[in-house]
Design a protein around this ligand. Structure first.
Ligand code: PLP
Length: 384
């Protein structure tokens, strides 16, 4: 809690807790130090030793032949789609709640020229395997496109950071092999999955042909993602990255921070998971009529809070959480994000401390009490 002196004497000032997303995490002091001292070269000429080191270490960690440092997760996914789609009539299959379909500006269509076929995401981030089979189109009917790629997302962002079960991944891999198509994992937060499952990330990556992960989310690096796969896949992705304008020069300054991210920031994700669960549990324990959390899906650093839309408006709730009224006893401005009308999202990252978590819980409880009692009052009014 911070205090300010004003005309009313010493009053508590507002304490801001920003849980909109983990991309807002800032580089650690160690990252900033190594960035300043990084040994660099022109990476388009393959002369940057720090980028090479990040790519080598990432490939090794993921159990893949090679890896490529890229600007963003969006670019990594787009590259995977472009490289795996080797024919003009290619189609990719993705979940209807997947990041590649919902939040990448239609890049597969816009830039790769590839159609996306959707399978329905279940609440746990998986999809039905029979539905997947039904959606796969093989090269026998000239009316149809040809499936070349299946995309899975782990952890699943819009399903509240849910970790994909390994046996499900294995089944997807088996189906893909049967039809001779590839599997790409949008593993923006796959390190969170590995920490949750207490296994090396290579034990997850072995079920997919290609995989990417973000250095700039929970791992705290300022910029970048890594895409990994076979040697020939990465060779093609490197060439395609150039045409997208993603060939970068002394990128070692950024790769240096990425190396700290993979060396120092993975094991500590556990702490974020504990914080997320604590918040989820506090919400659950209120027994609110409006707010609810499916605790079984809260495994990593994301909490999806459901809002009963017949009783309250998510936008109003978010606004109230971010606002501190003069009469409020809890002096906390809590920022959350929402992309669906009946849901808002809480995301934890390394700078969020115990104090932030306590403050966030206090504020959420206050807002829940307020909306719940408003709802009860209105119900009574309607009965009168
Ligand atoms: C954030 C995210 C991405 C995209 O990463 P950017 O670096 O923001 O482009 C892709 N997939 C998932 C699941 C994400 O959460």
């Amino acid at each position: 809690m911070y205090w300010t002196v004003n005309g009313n004497g010493i009053v508590p000032d507002t304490f801001t807790v920003d849980l909109r997303t983990d991309t807002i995490s800032q580089p650690t002091q160690e990252m900033r130090d190594v960035m300043g001292n990084a040994v660099v070269g022109d990476d388009v000429y393959r002369e940057d030793p720090t980028v090479a080191e990040l790519e080598r270490r990432s490939a090794e960690m993921l159990g893949k032949e090679d890896a490529l440092f890229v600007v963003s997760g969006t670019m990594a996914n787009l590259l995977a789609i472009m490289v795996h789609s080797t024919r003009r009539d290619a189609e990719v299959i993705a979940g209807d709640n997947s990041h590649t379909f919902r939040f990448e500006q239609g890049g597969p269509a816009q830039i790769a020229g590839v159609q996306t076929a959707l399978v329905k995401n279940k609440a746990d981030g998986t999809f039905d395997l029979d539905e997947l089979r039904d959606k796969i189109r093989v090269d026998t009917d000239c009316h149809e496109p040809v499936t070349q790629l299946i995309i899975v997302e782990n952890t699943h962002n819009m399903c509240g950071g849910k970790v994909l079960p390994l046996d499900w991944l294995e089944s997807v891999q088996n189906i893909a092999r049967e039809y001779n198509i590839k599997v790409h994992m949008d593993g923006a937060r796959v390190m969170n999955a590995a920490v949750y499952q207490k296994i090396p990330v290579s034990e997850i990556a072995k079920y997919v042909d290609t995989i990417c992960f973000c250095l700039s989310k929970g791992l705290g690096a300022p910029v970048g993602s890594v895409l990994a796969g076979s040697k020939s896949f990465i060779e093609k992705a490197r060439r395609t990255r150039k045409v997208l304008g993603g060939g970068w020069r002394q990128a070692g300054c950024l790769a240096a921070a990425g190396l700290v991210a993979i060396n120092k920031m993975i094991d500590r994700l556990e702490e974020d998971h504990i914080h997320a669960y604590r918040i989820a549990k506090a919400i659950d324990e209120t027994g609110s009529k409006i707010f609810s959390v499916d605790l079984s899906t809260v495994q990593t650093n994301i909490v999806m809070v459901n809002v009963d839309r017949s009783k309250a408006c998510t936008k109003e709730i978010l606004q109230r959480m971010a606002t501190v009224l003069p009469q409020d006893s809890v002096r906390v401005s809590l920022k959350c994000s929402s992309r669906d009308p009946g849901l808002f999202r809480i995301v934890i990252y390394w700078e969020i401390t115990e104090e932030h978590v306590r403050a966030a819980i206090d504020k959420i409880k206050l807002v829940i009490r307020e909306f719940d009692s408003k709802c009860t009052r209105e119900k009574r009014k309607n009965m009168d």
